[in-house]
Design a protein. Structure first.
Length: 154
């Protein structure tokens, strides 16, 4: 399915999980059973949020120790990228990615933007050595991630 044909989906917390809401386009498109598609999207979102919450716990613990590995932040961004890919495979896209993740992870938007920017500009996990500190990338994230890529290709 092409990127233009993706239909919007959103999720709201409900009990221990999430409930999904889709645009009316999903129901009238007739491509797939919209209920099945929505259930798959809710499952994917729930798994991703659980993974990201786990990573946030590890980041918080590392922050208390005084050193946050850049790889943990990269992993968080990668989890969001993988969520987008799964939803894309279902012909969906999250309506308000940052709003959803800020709400469900309890993080500030600016910090989340930096994590996703870092992942976007350092696309390979192998570039981010476990010895690297997030502090090296927190300011000027795009520029620092691109410099990391340049150093690795030399």
């Amino acid at each position: 399915m092409t990127r233009e044909a993706r239909r919007f989906v959103s999720f709201e917390p409900a009990g221990d999980g999430f409930v999904g809401f889709a645009s009316i386009e999903l129901a009238v498109a007739g491509d797939e059973d919209p209920e099945v598609t929505l259930r798959q999207a809710v499952a994917a979102y729930s798994r991703s949020v659980a993974e990201m919450r786990s990573l946030m716990g590890r980041i918080a613990a590392a922050r208390q120790q005084g050193r946050v590995p850049a790889r943990l932040v990269w992993d968080l961004g990668d989890s969001a990228f993988r969520l987008d890919a799964v939803l894309s495979d279902l012909g969906l896209q999250l309506d308000g990615l940052y709003a959803h993740l800020c709400r469900d992870l309890g993080v500030k938007r600016k910090w989340l933007e930096k994590a996703l920017t870092f992942r976007r500009h350092a696309p390979d996990a192998g570039l981010v050595a476990t010895s690297l500190n997030w502090g090296q990338f927190a300011k000027g994230t795009r520029r620092a991630a691109r410099a990391l890529c340049r150093r690795a290709s030399e």
